[in-house]
Design a protein. Structure first.
Length: 235
């Protein structure tokens, strides 16, 4: 498990591609890898990876299987690419963000960037299959960072997060540009609530469920909002 508090930015030092497998060697920031052993877990841009070798004190190699390469942004990395990294949480660790598994659900895309004074705003598009779990003021993990959703527009398929200078300093978000892909992990508690409500409605309504969904859509809402935290509809 991880806390969603990024501990630094690593860079890709080497890539070794084999059939169905990619080995990434990462170079870590100073002080990050003290006591890091083979078999330990590290969140790399939000993907939980296992240390396979330690080529030098400031580096570690991770094997990434084909499924992970296809689902996440790790398949697009090149030497010199920057990644957010966090070591696995220890028992009793302070959860400064929210519990994160390191299992990415989908990729999002940076649709727009705004820079009001002392802030950095990312508008991110995600597939409809996962947008149903995104609510304003709720948590979401983006490239391993626990962030609060500032605004969510379900009909248009995007949400926004606001980043303070400290977040930009400790992560790779400041280098992201429009069109860049991001790893998204939805908050599990929200997913459980939304799916439970949806399953209950489907069981009770049966064939009437599509009609209810169409009616809600006409009024600017969605079925997912019935499971929103606190019962508050999203935008």
């Amino acid at each position: 498990m991880f806390t969603g508090i990024v501990q630094g930015v690593a860079t890709v030092a080497a890539i070794d591609d084999r059939a169905g497998l990619r080995s990434l060697t990462l170079s870590f920031p100073a002080g990050f890898d003290g006591g890091l052993e083979i078999g330990a877990s590290v969140a790399c841009d939000g993907v939980c990876l296992t240390v396979t070798t330690r080529p030098s004190p400031d580096r570690a190699t991770f094997d990434v299987m084909q499924q992970s390469l296809g689902l996440t942004t790790l398949g697009t990395l090149s030497v010199g690419s920057a990644l957010n990294v966090e070591r696995a949480a220890k028992d009793g660790a302070e959860i400064g963000g929210h519990p994160i598994s390191g299992h990415v659900d989908c990729q999002g895309t940076v649709l727009a960037i705004r820079q009001p004074e002392n802030n950095h705003v990312l508008r991110i598009g995600v597939p409809a299959s996962h947008m149903r779990y995104v609510f304003a003021k709720g948590y979401i993990a983006i490239n391993g960072a626990s962030l609060t959703v500032a605004e969510a527009h379900r009909r248009e398929g995007w949400f926004e997060v606001w980043l303070i200078p400290e977040t930009l300093r400790m992560t790779s978000f400041g280098a992201k540009r429009e069109g860049d892909a991001l790893n998204i992990e939805i908050e599990r508690g929200t997913q459980v609530v939304v799916d439970t409500v949806r399953d209950a409605l489907e069981e009770r309504l049966g064939a009437l469920l599509p009609a209810l969904e169409a009616l809600l859509a006409e009024r600017g809402h969605s079925l997912a909002e019935l499971g929103a935290p606190g019962g508050k509809p999203g935008s």
